[in-house]
Design a protein. Structure first.
Lengths: 138, 124
């Protein structure tokens, strides 16, 4: 087993705490009202939605147990959470224990192609203001 | 390549003499190709692909930079699969740089926004 760098371990622990703090903030403050949460820069400048628009409101809804409302705000965010959590476990294992807790890397080229395609297609579709595509908008 | 005298696997494929026993190595091209394709060396170190940050960047922060970062992350895995570890490390660094860049952009925007909020609430 490789020696684990203390710096890498510190970085992942600090990032974990930052994420937890952000989740706590999102639980207590409602992003619908604006307030301390910034709007999406892309949406602010162009009036169009980006793939991440609705994420803050969506996570607020999720933390309060409202899955359907979260999916209404940003369904891609909800669907990507398992993948993000999986990758987080991988990184955590490597940086704390020196080996992945879950193992699949290297990912195939197909996986990357699908990931990029889904994000770009979702980005385009949620800006089309025709039923049923407009339900993708936040 | 493999030394036919002692069986030691020499890392340097262009070496003329075995690093273990010193006997002359026969440059067998077919054997060389076989060695490179069938028995890839294990990675010298763990090469991170920063995919989690690339995906977070692409969806939640800065789409164009995020897409570039996912492509860099995919190159890390591709180069590792081919056994090209130096190139994998380069792609890994580029993915890291792109993700740090987008994190800085997001942080600057957030701080800028908070300053405006504070100024507006104070009522200057």
């Amino acid at each position: 087993m490789r020696a684990i760098s203390i710096k890498k371990r510190t970085v992942i622990i600090l990032l974990s705490f930052a994420a937890a703090a952000l989740l706590a903030l999102l639980y207590f403050f409602e992003p619908v009202k604006g307030g301390i949460f910034p709007p999406c820069p892309f949406n602010y400048l162009t009036g169009l939605y980006c793939p991440g628009c609705g994420t803050l409101r969506g996570i607020h809804s999720l933390l309060h147990g409202n899955l359907l409302k979260a999916m209404d705000y940003n369904i891609l965010m909800v669907l990507s959470l398992p993948l993000v959590f999986y990758l987080y476990l991988m990184e955590l294992g490597i940086k704390i224990k020196g080996k992945p807790l879950v193992k699949t890397r290297p990912f195939s080229k197909t996986f990357y192609t699908i990931t990029i395609t889904v994000i770009v297609v979702y980005w385009i579709l949620r800006n089309v203001n025709i039923f049923p595509l407009n339900i993708l908008a936040p | 390549m493999v030394c036919k005298a002692c069986g030691h696997i020499n890392q340097d494929n262009m070496a003329k003499f075995c690093s273990a026993c010193g006997s002359e190595l026969q440059q067998d091209t077919q054997n060389n190709v076989y060695q490179q394709n069938v028995t890839p060396q294990p990675p010298p170190q763990y090469v991170p692909n920063y995919l989690i940050f690339s995906i977070l960047t692409a969806i939640f922060c800065c789409l164009p930079i995020g897409i570039a970062a996912i492509i860099k992350s995919s190159q890390v895995d591709k180069k590792i699969a081919l056994g090209l570890y130096d190139e994998a490390i380069t792609a890994s660094r580029q993915a890291k740089t792109l993700n740090i860049l987008s994190a800085v952009i997001a942080a600057v925007f957030t701080v800028f926004y908070l300053i405006i909020i504070v100024i507006a609430s104070v009522g200057i």
